[in-house]
Design a protein around this ligand. Structure first.
Ligand SMILES: NC(=O)c1ccc[n+]([C@@H]2O[C@H](COP(=O)([O-])OP(=O)(O)OC[C@H]3O[C@@H](n4cnc5c(N)ncnc54)[C@H](O)[C@@H]3O)[C@@H](O)[C@H]2O)c1
Length: 369
């Protein structure tokens, strides 16, 4: 079943009514821009969370060109006020991995409770498809290869091991160190943080409730998203944004563990392209897809890339600090998203970092964080 489109008022253009929760956030705002340029009709539900937005007003674009409701995803009346719609893209969430272990009720309440409230209201929404943003955090350490036991899925690392500088993930069968491999969508979920657990719960809830209601659903599991528009204020946000701010302030970067933590950094425009496909394309219904570059990048690689982009050495110190709940290795196997979406990351890390650093510098100079 394809998502039904309605005439937009412009000859030859078909439009959808798309409700974006968290549409004022980093990924949401970029998605809203793209949906509006494609002449879809957009509504946004966002509580302008202080940790993300500070005192910044909502973007002009949202104020002027969408139906914007400042409200909480845990409030059923806020969702209902924006119905009927054709597609819901559910992005609103508490997003800090480390913070989630200290504020469990808050994370569960917004991410799981807010999704439950949406799903309870589904039958009144007229919606034909729900797209939910999930995360690489659901995999925990993801897939690894053990020299003895082949492909394995390590347990989260213990705080006791991290405290003595034992950072490597271990084979669950023999306890020896393993080598990471790109993680595909069928890898067993083993979240290492409350955040990861809530994202997994969101996925399952969306699948079950949509199936029961006869509504299509799609799950996109993002790797580490970065780019202009990312909150420079939120201390719990991605490492690139924290480091970009610290570099501009002349601080020495605190490099956790031994600097060899691996992530898959994907530029926001590449993620938004995948979201647009998930909104529009019939063949994405029912899919769970990794959205990343497939490239394994260490923290030390990132520092070299920053140095290259800025054309100067970036001061850093490898401190051995760690965060409980952090995973050692995460990078995506993107074979399925390539097959289903024809998805391929288009933005090389250096180009994305250059755009990000330029934007961050301008914001910081103007005091707009
Ligand atoms: N950025 C990443 O690297 C990344 C990686 C994996 C998954 N994701 C997922 O993508 C989605 C969007 O992330 P983002 O990076 O744009 O985050 P963001 O913090 O920039 O945006 C989230 C938005 O949700 C809003 N929000 C938070 N709690 C709310 C509530 N209770 N009610 C209404 N609105 C609320 C915030 O005000 C914010 O505008 C999230 O679901 C996140 O878990 C992001």
């Amino acid at each position: 079943m394809a998502v039904r489109a309605v005439a937009s008022g412009r000859p030859g253009v078909r439009a959808l009514r798309v409700l974006v929760s968290g549409g004022a956030g980093f990924i949401g705002l970029k998605l809203v821009e793209r949906l509006l340029s494609a002449r879809h009709s957009v509504s946004v539900l966002d509580n302008l969370h202080h940790q993300v937005h500070g005192e910044q007003p909502v973007a002009d674009l949202i104020q002027r060109q969408t139906t914007f409701l400042r409200g909480d995803v845990r409030d059923a009346s806020a969702w209902r006020a924006l119905f009927p719609v054709d597609v819901i893209v559910h992005l609103a969430a508490e997003t800090g991995t480390g913070q989630s272990l200290d504020e469990i009720e808050r994370y569960v309440s917004t991410n799981v409770g807010g999704t439950a409230v949406l799903l309870d209201a589904l039958k009144e929404s007229g919606v034909q498809r729900v797209v939910v943003a999930s995360s690489r955090a659901i995999y925990g350490e993801g897939l690894h290869r053990c020299a003895e036991h082949g492909l394995v899925s390590p347990q989260p690392r213990s705080v006791a091991a991290l405290q003595v500088g034992d950072f490597e993930a271990k084979c669950p069968q023999c306890g020896l160190a393993t080598a990471p491999v790109a993680t595909h969508e069928d890898a067993p979920p083993r979240p290492a943080s409350v955040y990861g657990t809530t994202k997994l719960a969101q996925e399952l809830l969306v699948r079950q409730a949509c199936e029961a209601a006869g509504v299509q659903s799609a799950v996109l599991r993002f790797q580490n998203v970065y780019g202009p528009g990312q909150s420079l204020k939120n201390p719990y946000t991605g490492i690139l944004s924290i480091w970009a701010s610290q570099i501009e302030r002349g601080s020495t970067l605190d490099v956790y563990e031994d600097g060899r933590i691996v992530r898959d950094f994907v530029y926001v425009d590449d993620v938004v392209r995948a979201l647009l496909d998930a909104v529009r394309r019939p063949d994405v219904a029912g899919e769970t897809l990794n959205i990343g570059t497939g490239r394994a990048t260490t923290l030390l690689d990132i520092i070299s890339a920053f140095s290259q982009v800025l054309e100067r050495e970036v001061p850093f110190e490898i401190t051995g600090h760690f965060r409980p709940g952090d995973i050692r290795y995460a990078f995506a196997d993107t074979t399925r998203s390539q097959r289903v979406l024809g998805y391929a990351c288009q933005t090389p890390l250096e180009d994305g970092l250059r755009a990000f650093v330029t934007w961050a510098r301008e914001r910081l100079i103007r005091g707009h964080v």
